[in-house]
Design a protein around this ligand. Structure first.
Ligand code: ADP
Length: 519
């Protein structure tokens, strides 16, 4: 199951991280966590002046130079291969995948053959409408319109050309119909890496892009200055453009402090190479940013060991969230990003997800990944991360939640839902915003699952247009500079709809290189 797969993937990541860390410490870099060490590769080599093509020590020349081998960078490389462009990918870590390989695996695409097969009626217009509603119209509709055909193209590539089929189509808050095509993300990323390498595009591992190179004559970005681990500085020339696909900055505390101090206190998750390098490289050339104040953590992680699992969103099956006193504190039908904001106001950021047996059953049907761990409690089996008992009060006592407070909360909630269909405290009527009807919680066994937010992605960054060009603070494209994926802003606006971060990475990787080819 995906659950095990992701854990494997994480441990592989940890193994490489440890190796990378050992190399760094051997060279007397910082002691401390691996993210700081990874950031040190970049920080330790900064020069003071803008790098220009006077450097002229090019070690290679390609149509396209791609920074980062995650979802966006690899999709860009695939587009280059399919259009007959020469390309190279530089990757800071000793492996590909980035945060994309560790994400929840939802690829949100509207109007697909998989939806049609299940009788789901969807359209590009509905998707754009949903996204603008979730993003509170702070997102750019032009980016959303271009997302659709590119995402459809990449879904076709994964499923038809590469034969990897979605496990299911899921619905998340804000989606008017199910459109999150769920995959094992590490399987997709591994396959994209394989395709790229087999088609002759070199991925230069352990190679960190440090600065962009400016061509005074061309008045454009003409290449990238990189540091190969334990080697010299190298320069790689880009004839058509540089694609920044270096991910977000969830692991750069200084940048989080700068843009969203609350998030600098949340445990980071996701790619260890995601330290905001690309954001800084483009800012040197006046790049504008979008959505920086809207960074959100992800609700639904376990606060206790074993920590490295996927998220659980049992509220979208009808569960409710309470605090230690057993009191609800928000409307659970909201996006799990907004639920994270609310939870972060509680003691230690921990909330308790309360659900009953019918809800457990419905979640096991809804998402294979949730089935993998919820089924571990079949027949009353005990697990350390979720408490179950025949009554709510007993489950509460096990979870260290106030039993009396909880039973009063659930009594009131059930009365509301059964009499009017609307919870009178926070106004909940649906399972997730726009989908399903709220249900009472009354058939044991009852379950209490402690959850805590973590920061897996930053959902904001460089301003791009719908061609993937990076836009400067005066609204003009920076010549030959493109960006895609988590390093960009504008797709999500004020809040995030599940599956569109991985989706935008792969869609915009494609879009950017397609447009480079046209220049
Ligand atoms: P996205 O979803 O936007 O593709 P990912 O996190 O999946 O983002 O991938 C970003 C990749 O970029 C990661 O593999 C990360 O290690 C890599 N990366 C980050 N900074 C640099 C850099 N300075 N040079 C090269 N690669 C980088």
């Amino acid at each position: 199951p995906e659950f095990v797969f992701q854990q494997d993937c994480f441990f592989i990541t940890l193994k490489y991280a440890k190796e990378a860390f050992m190399q760094l410490t051997k060279r007397n870099f910082l002691k401390g966590n691996i993210a700081v060490a990874a950031a040190a590769i970049i920080g330790s080599t900064n020069t003071s002046a803008r790098t220009t093509d006077e450097a002229k020590k090019w070690s290679g020349e390609y149509d396209v130079v791609i920074i980062g081998a995650g979802g966006a960078g690899l999709a860009g490389a695939i587009e280059a291969i399919q259009l007959g462009l020469s390309a190279v990918v530089v990757e800071k870590m000793p492996f590909s995948g980035g945060s994309s390989a560790l994400c929840g695996g939802s690829f949100t695409v509207p109007d697909t053959p998989f939806q049609k097969k299940e009788g789901i009626k969807d359209s590009a217009e509905k998707f754009v409408e949903d996204m603008l509603k979730v993003g509170k119209h702070k997102n750019d509709p032009e980016l959303l319109k271009s997302y659709v055909p590119a995402a459809q193209k990449h879904l076709k590539f994964i499923t038809e050309e590469r034969g990897i089929k979605p496990i299911e189509i899921a619905v998340f808050a804000g989606m008017s119909v199910p459109r999150a095509h769920n995959f094992k993300p590490s399987e997709v990323l591994m396959d994209m890496t394989k395709y790229v390498t087999e088609h002759g595009v070199k991925i230069m591992y352990n190679t960190a892009a440090k600065r962009l190179v400016w061509g005074d004559k061309e008045k454009a970005v003409v290449g990238v200055e990189c540091i190969e681990r334990s080697k010299e500085k190298i320069f790689i020339a880009a004839k058509k453009g540089v694609l920044i696909a270096s991910g977000g900055f969830a692991r750069n505390k200084a940048l989080l402090e700068k843009y969203n101090p609350l998030m600098s206190k949340v445990d980071p998750e996701g790619g260890i190479g995601n330290t905001g390098d690309g954001l800084l490289m483009a800012q040197e050339y006046g790049a504008d940013t979008r959505d920086m104040t809207y960074i959100k953590a992800t609700h639904g992680y376990r606060p206790t060991e074993p920590k490295f699992t996927t998220t659980f969103h049992g509220y979208y099956g009808g569960g409710v969230l309470v605090d230690k006193k057993g009191k609800r504190f928000t409307n659970e039908e909201q996006s799990y990003k907004l639920l994270a904001d609310e939870s972060l106001k509680l003691e230690n950021g921990i909330s308790y997800l309360v659900f009953d047996e019918p809800i457990r059953q419905s979640r096991m049907k809804a998402r294979a990944v949730e089935k993998a761990y919820l089924s571990q409690m079949d027949g009353g089996k005990k697990v350390p991360w979720c408490f179950q008992a025949p009554t709510l009060e007993k489950a509460a006592a096990l979870a260290d939640v106030d039993p009396k407070g909880l039973s009063e909360t659930i009594k009131k909630y059930n009365e509301d839902i059964e009499s009017t269909g609307k919870d009178s405290v926070f106004g909940r009527t649906e399972l997730s915003a726009g989908y399903g009807k709220a249900v009472p919680i009354k058939t044991g066994p009852f379950y209490i699952y402690p959850v805590k937010p973590r920061l897996i992605a930053t959902y904001c960054g460089l301003r791009i247009n719908n061609k993937g060009q990076v836009i400067n603070v005066f609204g003009e494209p920076i010549p030959h500079l493109y960006a895609a994926g988590e390093v960009t802003g504008g797709v999500h606006g004020a809040a995030y709809m599940s599956g569109t971060a991985w989706g935008k990475a792969m869609a915009y990787g494609r879009i950017a290189v397609e447009n480079m080819a046209k220049q």
